[in-house]
Design a protein around this ligand. Structure first.
Ligand SMILES: Cc1ncc(COP(=O)(O)O)c(C=O)c1O
Ligand SMILES: [Zn+2]
Length: 394
């Protein structure tokens, strides 16, 4: 095992701060909620401002260190999460992080999608290219390492129901996105993106909205990078949700809705991190838009036609971009990055139904909109002749 470079993990205690009442705490309860007001907690780094860190947090030193770590053979150094450990909580010895090599995901250019959205250029950072096909991995490596450090043998993650009572009654560590350590890990998508953009912030980052963990984490990372001088300006972070999934009232109140969308990953009518996300929208000047089922299906096929592919929730970003360009919120020559959150193979049924023309069996108008992108499967005999004949006819 190679030596790690710059083992900063042992430095700088972090604190937890309630996003509602602002109370500070050293540790969290099982539900990761403020015992005083019930709101969510966030990780803060009071030491960043102190002279103790000296030049360790100097932007050029950090950038160099992070670049050099990529050439290391040590797992934590090569990790697209732990490589950025100076901006993560102190979770002890680097040898004991729980990791499957998360992060290090590509940024792809989407030229066809750019033309469709009437943009000069368009990029996508594909968090679905993580080891389990989901953006969640970058958060899970941090949250799972935290759980181990705290002595938990059991962890659990579910989007709805049962779990709060379970974690109160049994020694189970909750890994949902209410867990602030998980969101710290998800921050690294933005840090890595900015590194890939040579620390020039894009004009816009567009994120799918479900529980609003990604938008919160990516926004927090951008604000922290700005504070540390790693970037000189903030990108506008905008959130796209499935039509009717949630109703938010001037950032002050959320009216829970019964969300109903085929993009099941964002079928969430009462998002846990909405206050954190509102703060990001306000700080970065981003906006919120919603898109219909047929708009999601079309955008997913268009991303696929650029050779990338994603599951439906990710595709709301392109569908939303088209609307934001039409509204004039995004200008044709601005730089835009879509955050794709899940691998295409997360929901193969959707893709198969799409190409068979079975997605909207009762809605003729919607089905007609998708026709041009459909590539219906052709069933052939398993013979060379059958393949050659089909190719000649094509
Ligand atoms: C693929 C995918 N995209 C997006 C989301 C929404 O996550 P959030 O809004 O919490 O970032 C989820 C939630 O699990 C998901 O699985
Ligand atoms: Zn509180």
């Amino acid at each position: 095992m190679q030596q790690h470079t710059g083992t900063k993990l042992e430095e700088g205690p972090t604190q937890l701060r309630c996003i509602g009442c602002g109370a500070l705490r050293q540790s969290a309860g099982r539900d990761f909620r403020c015992p005083d007001c019930g709101d969510l907690l966030e990780v803060i780094y009071p030491d960043w401002k102190s002279s103790k860190h000296g030049s360790a947090l100097e932007p050029n030193i950090l950038k160099n260190e992070w670049r050099q770590r990529r050439a290391s053979h040590a797992l934590a150094d090569r990790s697209g999460v732990w490589r950025f450990r100076e901006l993560l909580p102190n979770l002890g010895n680097l040898e004991s992080v729980i990791t499957l090599s998360e992060g290090n995901t590509s940024v792809y250019e989407l030229p066809k999608c750019a033309r469709i959205a009437r943009m000069e250029r368009l990029f996508a950072k594909h968090q679905g290219m993580n080891p389990t096909g989901s953006f969640k991995d970058t958060g899970m490596t941090v949250a799972a390492t935290f759980a181990r450090l705290e002595g938990f043998r059991w962890v659990a993650c579910a989007s709805t129901g049962i779990l709060n009572e379970v974690v109160q009654r049994m020694p189970v560590c909750l890994l949902n996105s209410v867990n602030p350590y998980r969101l710290e890990g998800q921050k690294t998508a933005a840090i890595e993106l900015l590194e890939q953009f040579n620390w020039e912030a894009p004009d816009h980052i567009i994120v799918p909205g479900g529980n609003l963990g990604n938008s919160s984490a990516i926004g927090k990372a951008c604000m922290e990078m700005k504070e540390l001088g790693l970037i000189s300006r903030l990108p506008k972070i905008s959130i796209i949700q499935a039509e009717g999934a949630m109703r938010e009232n001037g950032g002050k109140k959320l009216s829970p809705m019964r969300a109903d969308t085929m993009a099941t990953a964002i079928r969430i009518g009462n998002p846990a991190s909405w206050k954190k996300a509102v703060r990001v929208l306000e700080a970065t000047g981003g906006t919120v838009e919603q898109v219909s089922e047929v708009e999601i299906a079309l955008a997913k096929a268009e991303i696929g036609a650029d050779g990338v592919g994603c599951e439906p929730a990710s595709a709301v970003t392109l569908a939303g971009l088209k609307k934001l360009v039409k509204q004039g919120f995004i200008k044709r020559n601005e730089s835009v990055v879509l955050i794709l959150t899940g691998h295409m193979l997360k929901d193969p049924d959707f893709t198969i139904k799409f190409h068979r023309g079975d997605l909207f069996p009762d809605k003729k108008d919607d089905a007609a909109i998708l026709k041009e992108q459909q590539r219906a499967p052709i069933v052939l005999d398993a013979s060379v002749e059958a393949v050659l004949k089909a190719l000649e006819q094509a």
